[in-house]
Design a protein around this ligand. Structure first.
Ligand code: OSB
Ligand code: MG
Length: 378
């Protein structure tokens, strides 16, 4: 069948967080993101989310920059464009439909929003779930919680206690220089056996080697992105000197980086965030490479709304995603969601939707309430 894009909308949405979230680079009090909505000539609709932060505290792409680039470059060429899709060949056809984006450098989260919206639209038109579209097999996803930097160890322990009680399958602690070993020590002393890991969001350098050697004593599942956001080399130097596996997040933006990291020994685990790697198709390629090279992967998050999370869940159901995902539900992260039926986490697991399309129902009232800017391709 043929898909002809007739209408494209871009929104900036703001949703207050239930509690502020601090990583080594700064604090977020509000979830801000961009939502792309693409409609075809039959009236079918696809949504995608650029799950960014407003300040460049994670990577360099920001909401304002992404909005401008989507407006000026990425979205206009799609209007009026046509492509064929079939159930048998949908992923190849989606690759072709998004190939025009590859001439532009960077802006992975913006590209991801388009790839998601087109994937959603294709899933609707051919009548399959996102899981089926991407080739996922798992029926449930294991969930871990990512806990931000807290004002005190007592407040950190309170949140850890609650999540352990609720059955979350792994605890991830954000760390930064001066707030690291004592957090790990406190949690490990109280919970000798829970799967525990830390995420530094690039806050350290090789000068901190002794700290990472000391972390080897705490049986951590992994240390996520300790060194620079664009580094592969120093991570390999560090990995050779410690036992705990390193996991890369920020440093892997596409398949080539994953391959270089694995070949060079920069990490033993990769966090695949579909937004960071320019969308679900690229995420699948990285998964397939890691799966065939026995490198475990897991699905990271960027506090996506129910829209972005739908793609993360579908991808996390692929067979190589063997470690718990950062997939806490909107009920603990956001004041409200952009879907009316957000998923829940029961005993640390999420059921993967099997219905055709996104798997969740867009809440138009919530979407309008969250919208602070709206633009259409003319
Ligand atoms: O590095 O994983 C990260 C949130 C903002 C910026 C960076 C990160 C995070 C998270 C979010 O840990 C976890 C989630 O989406 O549940
Ligand atoms: Mg991370």
């Amino acid at each position: 069948m043929k898909i002809t894009i007739s209408h494209i909308e871009l929104r900036r949405v703001h949703i207050p967080l239930r509690q502020s979230f601090t990583i080594s680079g700064g604090t977020m009090t509000e979830k801000q993101c961009l939502i792309v909505r693409i409609q075809d000539s039959t009236g079918a609709v696809g949504y995608g989310e650029a799950a960014l932060s407003s300040a460049p505290i994670y990577l360099s792409e920001t909401i304002d920059g992404a909005f401008a680039v989507l407006q000026q470059y990425f979205l206009p060429p799609l209007k009026g464009c046509s492509f064929s899709v079939s159930r048998e060949n949908a992923l190849v056809e989606l690759e072709q439909a998004t190939a025009y984006l590859s001439v532009w450098k960077g802006f992975e989260f913006s590209k991801a929003a388009i790839a998601q919206a087109l994937s959603h639209l294709v899933a609707v038109r051919i009548g399959c779930s996102l899981q089926t579209l991407f080739g996922g097999t798992r029926t449930r996803i294991d969930v871990g919680e990512s806990i931000g930097l807290k004002p005190s160890i007592a407040s950190l322990m309170e949140e850890v206690d609650q999540r352990v009680l609720e059955g979350y399958k792994r605890i991830k602690l954000k760390i930064k220089p001066g707030h690291d070993l004592e957090l790990v020590q406190a949690v490990r002393t109280k919970y000798p056996r829970i799967p525990l890991m830390v995420d530094a969001n690039s806050a350290y350098s090789l000068d901190d080697l002794d700290l990472f050697k000391a972390m080897d004593a705490y049986d951590l599942l992994m240390i996520e992105q300790p060194l620079a956001y664009d580094d592969l080399y120093d991570h390999a130097v560090l990995q050779k000197q410690i036992r705990t596996p390193l996991c890369l997040d920020e440093s892997v933006l596409r398949l080539q980086h994953a391959r270089q990291a694995v070949e060079h020994g920069s990490c033993r685990i990769i966090n695949i965030k579909p937004g960071r790697v320019a969308g679900p198709l690229s995420a699948r390629r990285i998964h397939d490479y890691c799966f065939s090279n026995n490198v475990p992967v897991w699905c990271g998050g960027m506090f996506e709304s129910g829209i972005g999370r739908a793609f993360n869940i579908a991808l996390a159901s692929l067979p190589g995603f063997t470690l718990p995902a950062d997939m806490s539900p909107s009920s603990i992260l956001l004041q409200y969601d952009l879907v009316s039926d957000p998923y829940t986490v029961e005993k640390g697991e999420i059921a993967v939707p099997t219905v055709a399309g996104l798997g969740y129902v867009i809440d138009d009232t919530a979407m309008d309430r969250a919208t602070v800017a709206l633009w259409h391709v003319a």
